[in-house]
Design a binder for this molecule. Structure first.
Ligand code: PLP
Ligand code: SF4
Length: 343
């Protein structure tokens, strides 16, 4: 465990929310992370990537959930840059899910019927090594107040659901999010607002009283707008400490909570780990929604789990769990009008 008193606070303006301070003090240097976790020097010398193109970023709270000295820790493996990422592997590209082709106007993706996805920011609180968006060109989009985005939402009355994604939409300020949501609630055809975010797991401090207060206000002023949050946990160890409070606060604020995972080699590609994850999620009011076969993004080939192993795993999981605890194994396939169900 990392001692909280080892966190050196730089000067930030008074009144800065705690979550922004935590973000400011996230770890960016692979060697620093390795030191904190007392990882073996000999292993680091051959495996660690000290200056990755997609930088290391990990909040300290998430690091406290890692086991010291364990190079195979399932949380560490999600964030630690390794030399192996630099191999070029055939079939692994920069835009594996065809997102660039689905861009309607900068920051707005309309791939599936009835739902649009807004890329609200390029920033995340954590950098996941397997992320398919690590090479995505975010430009300088301000999708939430882009007149072209609004024009599209207003004109296309078949859109029923708006998904805020990124990056991580919860890195935007409460003011921006609240204003957007209130405006969205004015459009009668929009029934649902969905957040795709990893923040409740990696920066639970973000779910603070300010956040909960505008959510509550939104529910009172726009009760017709249903709120959904799809979080992204890959391992039961991620769901601990302050994360439990964040999840129960979100549930109590009236959010429907779902989880999506990525199936990751040596991190969660076994039945026991997946079962524990589903159970831990449900204990904390979250239903398993999707588990994604890895998107074939360059640099992530070492996380890949083959289709055959993946389907076998899901069948084995079904033998052990109630149907509602088994996420759907899907794969994003460029050009298809839905996430392709693999089983
Ligand atoms: C995943 C995704 C959605 C949401 O799909 P659901 O099956 O409704 O969860 C919407 N738009 C884009 C571009 C997506 O990638
Ligand atoms: S939080 Fe999500 S978008 Fe951000 S790096 Fe991780 S997987 Fe990618």
């Amino acid at each position: 465990m990392i001692n909280a008193s080892s966190v050196v606070l730089h000067r930030l303006p008074q009144g800065t929310p705690i979550w922004q301070r935590e973000l400011q003090h996230a770890i960016h240097d692979p060697q620093h992370l390795a030191q904190l976790l007392e990882l073996p020097e000999t292993w680091l010398q051959t495996e660690l990537l000290t200056a990755p193109h997609f930088k290391l970023r990990v909040p300290r709270g998430y690091v406290t959930r890692m086991e010291k000295g364990n190079i195979d820790d399932p949380l560490l493996r999600q964030v630690l840059p390794l030399q192996i990422e630099q191999q070029t592997i055939a079939g692994f590209s920069h835009d594996p899910v065809g997102d660039n082709a689905a861009v309607v106007t900068q920051g707005l993706l309309h791939k599936y019927q009835g739902r649009v996805l807004l890329v609200t920011t390029g920033a995340c609180a954590i950098h996941c090594r397997y992320c398919f968006r690590q090479h995505f060109d975010y430009g300088t989009t301000q999708a939430l107040r882009d007149p072209q985005v609004w024009a599209y939402l207003i004109q296309n009355t078949d859109i029923e659901e708006v998904i805020l994604s990124g990056g991580d939409p919860l890195l935007l300020t409460d003011d921006k999010l609240a204003k957007f949501a209130q405006q969205l609630a004015q459009l009668p055809h929009i029934k649902r607002l969905r957040f795709h975010t990893r923040i409740p797991l990696v920066l639970p401090e973000r779910i603070d009283s300010h956040f909960l207060s505008w959510i509550n206000q939104l529910r009172n002023t726009a009760p017709h707008l249903q709120l959904i949050m799809v979080i992204h946990a890959n391992h039961a160890n991620e769901i601990a400490g302050d994360v439990l409070h964040a999840l129960s606060d979100l549930r109590n604020a009236g959010m429907v909570l779902l989880n999506q995972s990525v199936l990751l080699r040596s991190i969660n590609d076994d039945v026991i780990t997946l079962k524990q994850l589903s159970e831990k999620l449900f204990e904390n009011h979250v239903l398993p929604y999707y588990i994604h076969l890895l998107d074939k993004v360059q640099g992530a080939a070492h996380f890949d789990v083959g289709l055959e192993q993946a389907t076998a795993l899901m069948l084995a999981l079904r033998e052990q769990l109630a149907g509602y605890l088994v996420p759907r194994l899907v794969q994003e396939q460029a050009g298809l009008p839905y996430k392709f169900p693999l089983i």
